[in-house]
Ligand binder design. Sequence first.
Ligand code: PGA
Length: 249
Amino acid sequence: MRNYFIAGNWKMHKTRAEAADLAKALAAELKDGKHKYLVAPSFTALETVGAVVKGTNIMLGAQNMSSEEQGAHTGEVSVLQLKDLGVEAVILGHSERRHTYKEDDALINKKVKLALRHGLEVILCVGELLEEREAGNAEKVCETQTVEGLKDVSAADLARVTIAYEPVWAIGTGKTATPEDADAIHAYIRGVIGKLYGDDAAENIIIQYGGSVKADNAAQLMAKENIDGALVGGAALKAETFVPIAKFN
Ligand code: PGA
């Protein structure tokens, strides 16, 4: 049985005070929630939010990290620094990193391995652009991003990896993939994991959906066989929009 995993990616929003207020509201409202939860504030609010969620059922996540452990990398944040702040998981390969900041599969794979080596959980994001979908290449793009992102990741380490399928055309646009379309890609990705790691790994891996998840579509998405949770952007910025998603059932 896979557990649902609902994560909020706060992107480049919120001062420390705003982040603390949201984290406090979530900690109170989700304390009886039955799923796995994570919030990923900006680096600047990690310590503040970490103090609020410590000892609760909400994990502390980062939105990115450097592919290098430490050194002369101006403006980057290292896995050691994240761990020092109590970070338990990191989102890697988000489409904004891939497309706006030109991160490629090799760089993302380096980050994935570094995070896993240091004991973090990883949410590895994959997803196609609209033109890739229209050209009939959605599956192929997701397969490549999954295979390359997980290159040289052991089966033991895979247990700490969640895949987030986030069609780029659905992120922040209000357009959601239909539950059927999303489920088809999730099933395909599960098959890719099966080919790489075997049937048990395929059965156990959590595959979140991301892209304009809202309270009114969360339950239909999560009802699908292969959709095991959500990576939420816009609707994660307020307790009143995130909590109904986190408590979709
Ligand atoms: P969205 O973002 O929910 O605002 O579409 C999802 C994401 O980027 O993770």
